[in-house]
Design a protein around this ligand. Structure first.
Ligand SMILES: [Cu+2]
Length: 162
């Protein structure tokens, strides 16, 4: 009886932590805290970040992503070239067994083109990730933070040169 109560309590605590952490699981793929930085309403492009954790025993690959709020979503990475930080599109992102791949500002990110709605602080939007093995996974991306000033945003600067 006591054990049952304890495990129920533990279960409730874990559920609470998960709700805070805002994560998603599909097969062996664990998707942690998808988020976007809030942008001024006029911003034509935005970026999304998250952490992918492969809990399985085979390599999986993120192939693409889509979102109803963007006409096109691309996978991007930042590279250093001739002393400059640039970003470029990549075909896929490999997640080795046991590995954790973090998408973050200045690193891998999802680029959302032709935003159909503004990324306002406190809002969220759906995005679908397409994995080679885990398949299609729907996640919710949370928008946080004050709008970044468009001209000083590294993402936007780099995109002006695309
Ligand atoms: Cu980009």
């Amino acid at each position: 009886m006591r054990l049952t109560q304890l495990s129920m309590l533990l279960g409730a605590t874990l559920l609470g932590a998960q709700a805070l952490a805002h994560d998603f699981t599909a097969g062996d793929m664990h998707i942690i805290h998808p988020w976007s930085r809030a942008l001024p309403p006029v911003a034509p492009t935005g970026a999304a970040y998250l952490v992918l954790e492969n809990k399985g025993e085979q390599t999986d690959r993120l192939i693409s992503a889509t979102s109803p709020i963007a006409r096109r979503v691309e996978l991007h990475e930042h590279i250093h070239q001739d002393g400059l930080m640039k970003m470029q599109q990549i075909d896929s992102v490999e997640i080795a067994p046991g590995a954790e791949v973090e998408f973050k500002p200045g690193g891998h990110h999802f680029m959302l083109f032709d935003l159909q709605q503004p990324l306002t602080d406190g809002s969220s939007y759906p995005m679908t990730l397409n994995f080679e093995h885990a398949g299609k996974v729907d996640v919710e991306v949370k928008v946080t933070g004050e709008p970044a000033a468009a001209p000083s945003s590294a993402d936007h600067d780099a995109h002006a040169h695309h």
